[in-house]
Design a protein around this ligand. Sequence first.
Ligand code: UTP
Length: 289
Amino acid sequence: MSATIRTVVFPVAGLGTRFLPATKSVPKEMLPVVDKPLIQYAVEEAVAAGATKLVFVTGRTKNAIADHFDTAYELETELAAKQKDELLTVAQSVLPHGVTCLYVRQSQPLGLGHAILCAKHLIQEDAFGVILPDDLIDNGADPVMCQLARHHHETGASVVSVAEVIPAHVSRYGVVDAPHFEGRSGRLQGIVEKPEPEDAPSNLAVVGRYLLSAEIFDILERTPADHRGEIQITDAIATLLKDRPVDAFQFEGEQFDCGNKLGFLQATVRLGMKHPEFGEAFGQWLKDQ
Ligand code: UTP
């Protein structure tokens, strides 16, 4: 077992209704933050953690994601003919060599747990990563999936990434019960989906990064849909932790919920200010407003 994770699943079949009208025909994962689509940040994080197999769980309107990671033959031929070598490298390095993309359809949006279950037949490893691309986490040289992989390597536990939220917001998230934290992690004793603030076991909310034992698939198959008709990964993790170690991990990094418009704008400003080419000028322009 090494501190890398070979396979990462990207559940991208959601409808993205909070981002309408932008997401009527464009997948939310293809919305660019500065100069890269959200899904590319997620893929770069997975590859940094050692992933060589990327499994995208897609839906009907998500073909642009597969196109983005495919070879753009006409574009590349054109750029090569015009000797635009730098741009050619940008286009070709969207997917590093040795990384394979696999696509599976979730024919109905029956929840995140159901989306992950759709990837079951493509996972051979004992453990795999899950990245929700709309949670963009900026942490420079040590991306969150690398942090999760190291924790898994050290403990053998499944890992759920968490971040503190204000108590009034707990009802928007999965919330963990992990009373004995040491450093950045604590063993999970419970996990609940979208609790009322008065029922929440903590103010530590699940963020879109998981490193899960493949045993989760059998559990997901037995997990009933909730009152909204969705199979929740939270419910399956609540079952998994009864027999297997699952840790909450408070990651290092700044998180932006790019599934909503405010979070997306914040990510755009933060990453815009850090951009090597025009970050300084952009920061100055912001100050002048
Ligand atoms: P969200 O809760 O953000 O749902 O899903 P959504 O449909 O994408 O967006 P809104 O709420 O309508 O604006 C969290 C993640 O789980 C995936 C989504 O694609 C997103 O990455 N998901 C959710 C699925 O793949 N399938 C589902 O059935 C539900």
